[in-house]
Design a binder for this molecule. Structure first.
Ligand code: ADP
Ligand code: ZN
Ligand code: ZN
Length: 731
């Protein structure tokens, strides 16, 4: 037999399948050692076949398998080609998606530990009678042990004394089992709420379970009980002997969320996320691979959880940008979910209070079945959102960062010993130009996206068509010279709050303050325990947190995400406002949201403040259709980076000339195709250039393939070239 093997070398030149002479016991999907040139390296067996085109004398023999079981699921081998083709990934990139890093570098090793359990025929009454009355520790130990539970021997030794444990072993009351210890990351104690689904929820569950081979969207307001719907469906598929994947954005993987699931499903849950140690992650993966755990919960990469016989795949907060992997290997989680669901003939469920335009558009077209949960389970209204015009504040003589209304609400909140959250979106590096007098924002005349200020050449540029404009010194609309770059960070807000409210605790939660493993939880805990308290933060505060005493949410500068130079910026703004607003008034106390903006008339605020998603969707999808932006077109960016500016420019020019020739032959398909320097022209000492293409979807795969092929054929190794589809970050 011949084994087709992918070798684990990240090199374009060797990214193909190599033939080796198989061992008699070779299994498809196994990880093996193979001779490669003068070395021995790791490889993965993709398939077995009878004969090879390689002459017999040139074939080398496969080494030993490295694990007890094939590490790659048969399903992944079946989907490999499809995934590769869709995302233009190399073989080895795909293998890296399927197999955890910890396993690949062989860093994480199983941990063997001795466990103690009660013997089966054990009768505790009889035993207690037979145990000497003064052996109190032994009696305690017996009472401590429960049937069907295993206890680490070292733990019992510590608590009850090793001689007592040994004595009971001698008596045959307990026995020792050696087992691979799972470094179970979180095991929270939380009572499972006994909940009966509302008829609205039940209807969604039923209709999803009767249309199993379809894609579904649960469009439900925050607090409408989507999580309960997920859990009910998971229970059902588990009872059928199947498994389940639930994905949530990394940032929402809070202990609160996880404990809800572990309380219901116990050890059947495996959690995969970046906060785990290598060992923990490996163990969780292994529990899934060996069938000990049937539910995988995790961020994006958990879509590759090694579960067989999937009964459901769920993407909660499906609109979240983190579902798109934007560095190598690049992929879109929604698509992988769809592939796996098709393979397993199980439903995919997307859930959101603010679905992405792409997903909702598919639901409108009938590709995805739409389910709506319009009401909150506790029937509490969503908190009211007041829009404050910061230009008016300015005119009234308040040039600070807090509006009068926000300040008075803050005071009220503090006096009532409640909590407030202030949200400030710092995303982006170079900010737009905005007139503080009238709210004018510099926009491209051709594209209707805001221009981005480029410091090094003092110009405003359009990231979609590269048109340039002079930087503003005066507002073209009202003549005012109050032009600013609109950048204010969390730190500044905290500073001003501390000056204004010296006796109130002010906490900051952003990337910088949550770098350490436990800092996020510590912060959340401190916030939970402090009243009054103000929490200032970025997107991080927007997700999933449930603090009953938060009565006020302030959105410091809503426009910041709005004028980010991205065709999705309005959509993002809508999602953010809804999400942040959802932090207020979750329990008994009524919540209030103050939204500060320089462009109060923008339609996104009108719709968002009324929680009118459908209205927003209708307007936005129309604009996209007219302007031919996704989902009505595809945007591709070819990003070229190199240490030498000329090198990067030359590579860009070479690739561009080929794409441009193609563009001329397919003019009716292309909307746009230009090369330019990137908005951030240098990052980490590398110069950056880009080619932007936008084209209609009719012959889309051909154009996309052509662009990928062109890039792949450019064998210049001094530049790095990436292709990005509908990129959300254009920096
Ligand atoms: P969502 O995920 O849509 O924001 P959740 O599933 O988190 O909503 O539900 C919000 C709250 O309502 C939770 O505290 C949950 O326990 C509770 N809840 C959900 N469904 C029910 C129900 N049928 N009966 C009682 N409480 C419920
Ligand atoms: Zn102006
Ligand atoms: Zn433009």
């Amino acid at each position: 037999m011949i084994a087709e093997v992918i070798v684990d070398v990240a090199n374009k030149e060797v990214d193909r399948v190599f033939d080796y002479i198989a061992r008699p016991d070779t299994k498809i999907g196994e990880r093996v050692t193979v001779p490669f040139g003068k070395r021995f390296i790791e490889g993965y067996v993709l398939s077995l076949k009878e004969t090879s085109d390689v002459p017999q004398e040139n074939l080398k023999a496969l080494g030993q398998a490295k694990d007890d079981y094939p590490v790659i699921l048969p399903e992944f081998l079946a989907l490999n080609k499809k995934i590769q083709k869709t995302f233009h990934l190399r073989n080895v990139d795909c293998m890296h998606l399927f197999i955890p890093t910890q396993l690949r570098n062989g860093k994480a090793k199983p941990l063997y530990v001795n466990f103690i359990e009660l013997t089966d025929d054990f009768d505790d009454r009889q035993l207690l009678e037979n145990t000497r009355k003064n052996a109190t520790k032994q009696i305690e130990l017996i009472k401590h042990l429960r049937p069907d539970m295993m206890y680490a021997r070292t733990e019992l030794n510590k608590k009850f004394g090793s001689s007592n444990v040994a004595k009971l072993l001698d008596l045959g009351v307990i026995r020792q089992v050696a087992s691979v210890k799972m470094r179970a990351p979180f095991r929270f104690k939380k009572e499972d709420k006994k909940i009966t689904l509302t008829s609205e929820q039940q209807k969604v569950v039923d209709s999803i379970l009767t249309e199993r081979e379809k894609q579904h969207l649960i469009f439900g307001v925050t607090g409408s009980g989507k999580t309960e719907v997920y859990m009910s469906i998971i229970s059902q598929v588990l009872s059928e002997g199947k498994s389940a994947i639930l994905l949530v954005p990394e940032i929402s993987l809070t202990p609160q969320v996880l404990s809800t699931f572990t309380a219901r499903f116990g050890d059947n849950v495996a959690i995969l996320h970046s906060g785990l140690s290598d060992g923990e992650r490996f163990d969780e993966w292994q529990r899934l691979r060996t069938g000990q755990a049937k539910i995988a919960i995790g961020a994006r990469s958990a879509i590759f959880a090694p579960l067989e016989n999937l009964g459901v795949i769920i993407l909660d907060e499906e609109h979240d940008p983190s579902y798109k992997a934007e560095s190598n290997p690049r992929y879109i989680t929604h698509d992988i979910a769809r592939f796996r669901a098709e393979y397993n003939r199980c439903p995919v469920i997307f859930g959101s209070a603010t679905p992405s335009l792409d997903t909702f558009y598919k639901a409108q077209k009938g590709e995805i079945i739409l389910h709506t949960l319009p009401n909150r389970v506790n029937a509490k209204p969503m908190p009211s959102i007041s829009i404050v015009n910061m230009c008016d504040e300015m005119r009234a003589g308040n040039s600070g960062i807090f509006s009068a209304q926000l300040l008075s609400e803050l005071e009220k909140c503090i006096n009532e010993k409640n909590q407030a959250m202030l949200f400030i979106n710092r995303r982006g590096f170079s900010s737009c130009m905005i007139c503080r007098e009238c709210g004018y924002v510099a926009k491209c005349e051709d594209c209707d996206v805001s221009l981005v200020y480029h410091k090094e050449d003092n110009l405003l540029k359009c990231h979609y068509c590269n048109r340039r404009y002079k930087a503003l010194t005066n507002c073209p609309s009202c003549g005012s010279s109050y032009i600013r770059m609109g950048a204010m960070g969390t730190q500044k807000v905290v500073e001003e709050l501390r000056a204004r409210f010296p006796n109130v605790k002010v906490l900051r939660m952003d990337f910088d303050t949550t770098k350490n493993k436990n800092s996020l939880n510590d912060l959340l805990q401190e916030f939970g325990n402090t009243k009054p308290c103000i929490l200032v933060g970025t997107q991080m505060i927007a997700k999933g947190h449930d603090f009953p005493s938060v009565t006020l949410v302030g959105i410091m500068n809503a426009d910041m995400s709005l004028h980010f130079s991205d065709f999705r910026s309005t959509e993002r703004t809508y999602q953010l406002i809804t999400q942040v607003a959802g932090r207020a008034g979750r329990a008994e106390k009524e919540g209030k949201v103050i939204l500060q903006t320089y462009t109060p008339k923008h339609y996104v605020y009108r719709f968002a403040s009324n929680y009118d998603y459908l209205g927003f969707y209708g307007k936005e999808i129309n604009l996209r259709e007219v302007a031919k932006f996704p989902p009505f077109s595809k945007i591709i960016r070819v990003l070229v980076t190199a240490e030498e500016k000329d090198e990067a420019r030359a590579t860009t020019a070479r690739i561009y000339s080929k794409i441009h020739d193609y563009f001329f032959m397919h003019r009716n398909q292309f909307l746009y195709c230009e090369a330019m320097s990137s908005p951030v022209s240098r990052i980490e000492k590398k110069y950056r250039f880009q080619i932007l293409c936008r084209y209609l979807l009719d012959t889309e795969p051909e154009i996309t393939d052509f662009i990928y092929d062109t890039v792949n054929q450019d064998k210049h190794t001094k530049s790095l070239v990436f292709v990005e589809v509908n990129p959300s970050n254009m920096s």
